[in-house]
Design a binder for this molecule. Structure first.
Ligand code: GLN
Length: 465
């Protein structure tokens, strides 16, 4: 009840697309009976959670914040959603995002932008000259609704998706813990795809400990997703006694990227020094192909988008245009009415890169560069590094009015420089809130680990928290 009330009180954040109050209350009642008889299903029994609106939910509208899927009601739950429900967790709502998870601001969905709860907190407001209705900051994205839900305390945990940073970016800008697990550790079944070879369900929580609890429940092989792997054995909780002196932390020198704010840099240095003082080995490392990652990601992303989006033709899912003069006319107008400009631009670019005459030059080349980026991580980890410490974003959250300026859009594409290489390599990473900037907005730092060493990554993150 408290979470539902909090959702209502914070409607101005625009964090939720659908609120599932009725079913939530029924689920909560059942959990209450189990808890009062001392027979909880597990650690998440009765815990309110929310889910990004690009995960299918049985009998609950799933829109991807797009006109294309308005009114689409899936007949099944995504595996990760089902696993939470099976544990007695209570679904309170579906959260807002950029259309089809394409973006880094949660400003490009058909239901309007999500507002960052921190831009309504006292410290930011005291310094801000303008009225709260125009002077607010973005949440980051594309899982901005999920991040705002956890940050504004209307959900204890939220699912996001992470293709190029979409869980970690808003997690960092909203001051919550956000985990992008190793590729293949969590099932993508029922997650409406953006880039199949990079998508992973992401976990957002208030603490690293909570993220570990959720990871334990969600991980593992799923016969409905052939890219999933058997989960490594993980203990029931993160170790209480852990010696940070056994850990070697790498600082990638290429991550001193153009546009990195001085506040974020200061936090990065402060936390690196903290590791060193506690006895961890901290050492500069090199990931030489980082500079190519944004371009490489965009070629691969557009190619997979062009292919993925072909399924939205007005026949099978969601929107269908009223124009029925011919099948082709119906396809074309459905897609014209259904997709926003961001989605259309990516479909067009992807089809261009995949033309017979361009395929080698763009798609194959990008695949080769992706391999080099992956090798960079492997080399560093092979040299004895346990985790990499990096910024998550270039700076704290931008004001919405600045973010939507056309010339800032290119900058926003650069915003993923620290997160996209992780998806291309398939390794796990987590962002942990570390401080507030002088503006009173959160700054998070990212830890990157080795494939399938998510537990070790969280152990170090827990120490850092
Ligand atoms: N910002 C990136 C993009 O627009 C990443 C999105 C994501 O991770 N879903 O593609």
């Amino acid at each position: 009840k408290k979470c539902i009330n909090q959702i209502q009180r914070t409607r101005y954040l625009n964090a939720y697309i659908t609120i599932t109050e009725e079913t939530a209350m029924e689920q909560a009642l059942r959990a209450d009976i189990r808890l009062s008889t001392g027979k909880p299903l597990g650690p998440l029994d009765g815990i309110p959670f929310s889910v990004k609106d690009n995960f299918c939910t049985d009998n609950i509208e799933t829109t991807c914040a797009s006109n294309m899927l308005k009114g689409y009601v899936p007949p099944f739950n995504a595996t990760v959603v089902q696993k939470l429900l099976d544990q007695g967790a209570v679904l309170v709502g579906k959260t807002n995002l950029d259309e089809f998870a394409m973006g880094s601001g949660s400003a490009d969905g058909v239901f309007g932008p999500v507002r960052n709860p921190w831009s309504y907190a006292t410290q930011y407001r005291e310094q801000s000259k303008e009225d709260p209705d125009s002077d607010w900051t973005i949440t980051g994205g594309s899982s901005g609704g999920s991040a705002a839900a956890v940050a504004s305390l209307s959900s204890f945990l939220a699912l996001g998706s992470d293709t190029g940073g979409s869980t970690r970016n808003p997690g960092s800008l909203c001051g919550v813990v956000a985990l992008k697990p190793s590729y293949g550790l969590l099932s993508r079944h029922g997650l409406i795809p953006l880039v199949n070879s990079m998508d992973v369900p992401g976990i957002m929580t208030r603490s690293v400990h909570d993220a570990a609890t959720v990871l334990r429940i969600l991980q593992g092989r799923d016969e409905r997703d052939s890219t999933t792997v058997q989960a490594p054995n993980t203990p029931p909780s993160l170790p209480e006694h852990f010696d940070i002196r056994d850990i070697c932390v790498g600082i990638p020198k290429e991550y001193h990227a153009p546009g990195l704010s001085k506040d974020t840099l200061a936090q990065w240095s402060r936390v690196a020094a903290m590791f060193e003082q506690a006895g961890a080995r901290v050492q500069e490392v090199s990931l030489p192909h980082t500079q190519h990652s944004i371009v490489c990601y965009h070629v691969l992303c557009c190619c997979e988008v062009a292919s993925n989006m072909a399924r939205f033709d007005g026949l099978e899912y969601g929107h269908r245009s009223a124009v029925d003069s011919s099948t082709d006319a119906m396809y074309a107008t459905t897609r014209h009415e259904g997709f926003n400009n961001v989605v259309r631009r990516r479909i067009l670019s992807g089809n261009y890169f995949l033309l017979k005459s361009n395929y080698e030059r763009y798609f194959v080349k990008a695949q080769q560069i992706r391999r080099l980026i992956t090798e960079d991580f492997k080399t560093v980890f092979r040299s004895g590094i346990d985790v990499l410490l990096t910024p998550t974003t270039l700076s704290d959250a931008a004001r919405y009015s600045d973010f939507i300026q056309e010339d800032n859009r290119t900058r926003s594409a650069q915003e993923d420089v620290f997160t996209q290489p992780v998806n291309m390599a398939g390794v796990p990473a987590v962002t942990v809130p570390t401080a507030l900037s002088p503006r009173g907005l959160p700054i998070g730092l990212q830890l990157i680990g080795q494939t399938l060493q998510d537990w070790k990554l969280l152990t170090v993150a827990h120490w850092m928290e």
